[in-house]
Design a protein around this ligand. Structure first.
Ligand code: 13P
Ligand code: SF4
Length: 349
């Protein structure tokens, strides 16, 4: 756990991070990507961090992989590549850099390290976990195998390296149906997200059995809430992530991964859209889609929100918080992640 007092005093010794309206004005090209959602006063606070991080990235030959749930100043200000879990995992395999800073949660950084063991992977906050990744261990996978002998285990990438190593193949929200359908067996075990598994089962020809994990962000939405919202505002398009319950998915106009949601909004440009997912999603695309009015409510992921510009600058400066994965476990986990990447490429996903 980073000691924030130490973080601030260390950074203060090396960088001028005082709010700076003149600097902010000189970085208008970056601010233009988020000026509908970040006030000029806040941009004057963020700009010194954005400048320091972008300069330090060059010195360290580092890239920042930013998940779609990052706040706009991270998503637009310092990320070199942004995307959903699958896109970031693929990027980790071919990015040309010595250092990867994972602006996302811990399982994403572990996946990068598994795929690029020779690179230094930094986590701005080691406490940025995930309720799904925390819901199952390798013993849980073995329990499922004992219950359903011979059934392959498809584990969501939202899992630890240990669980990936104990699985046959991984999946993400953007390829889960296709990966499950590609398994030879009639019964497929999915871990750890019970709702993703049920949503996949509704679209797949396989019998899907699952572990009872859930995402604390997406499980909060209810179909009743969505129906009430639609009654108030019949024009709204409701777009959900497949970690939501099947009832919520049934009530939605479209369901997809975080990048799938962004693409759908770009392609369809509805007058009003309610993104049934993490709050930063709407903020990050508000500037490029001024014609779309984004309806609240949204839910925040407390893990993703642990990542800040200050912590990114600190780990890049000190090279602390390096993510390590036991080499033998990494080799086994890599087989599951690589099998997913290879199959996704083969299927053109
Ligand atoms: P995506 O793979 O759709 O980006 O989802 C990751 C995640 O953690 C969603 O809660
Ligand atoms: Fe995990 Fe849910 Fe947060 Fe995604 S939104 S990182 S699944 S807790």
């Amino acid at each position: 756990m980073l000691d924030l007092t130490n973080v601030r005093s260390t950074l203060a010794e090396h960088y001028d991070l005082a709010p700076n309206p003149d600097l902010a004005a000189s970085m208008q090209d970056i601010y233009a990507k988020m000026d509908r959602v970040i006030s000029p006063a806040d941009w004057a606070i963020y700009a010194p961090y954005v400048k320091a991080i972008n300069e330090l990235k060059k010195t360290r030959n580092a890239v920042i992989l930013g998940h779609n749930y990052m706040t706009p100043e991270i998503f637009h200000g310092v990320s070199d590549f942004v995307g959903d879990s699958l896109q970031l995992a693929m990027k980790a395999t071919d990015v040309d850099a010595d250092v990867i800073v994972q602006a996302g949660v811990h399982f994403m950084a572990e996946t990068s390290k598994i795929l690029s063991p020779e690179k230094t992977v930094l986590m701005p906050d080691m406490g940025a976990g995930c309720s799904l990744a925390e819901s199952i261990t390798a013993e849980g996978v073995e329990e499922m195998r004992a219950k359903y002998p011979g059934a392959p285990v498809v584990s969501y990438v939202n899992t630890t390296a240990e669980v990936k190593a104990a699985s046959d193949i991984c999946c993400t929200s953007s390829n889960a149906v296709q990966i499950v359908d590609a398994m030879e067996s009639d019964t497929v075990i999915m871990t750890p997200d019970q709702f993703l598994a049920q949503n996949v089962a509704n679209l797949s020809k396989k019998k899907v059995v699952f572990w009872p994990g859930s995402c604390i962000v997406h499980e909060l939405y209810t179909a009743d809430d969505l129906r009430a919202y639609r009654e108030l505002d019949p024009e709204v398009k409701i777009i959900a992530h497949p970690e939501c319950t099947p009832d919520v998915v049934a009530e939605s106009d479209f369901t997809g991964s975080t990048s799938g949601i962004i693409k759908w909004v770009h392609d369809n440009k509805p007058a009003k859209a309610m993104l049934v997912t993490e709050c930063s999603m709407a903020s990050n695309i508000a500037d490029e889609l001024p014609e779309v009015e984004f309806a609240k409510p949204c839910n925040m992921c407390p893990y993703m929100k642990k990542i800040s510009l200050e912590k990114i600058l600190y780990v890049l400066h000190t090279m602390e918080n390096q993510v390590e994965v036991d080499p033998d476990m990494a080799t086994k986990a890599r087989q599951s992640v690589q099998a997913m990447i290879d199959l996704s490429k083969k299927l053109g996903l």
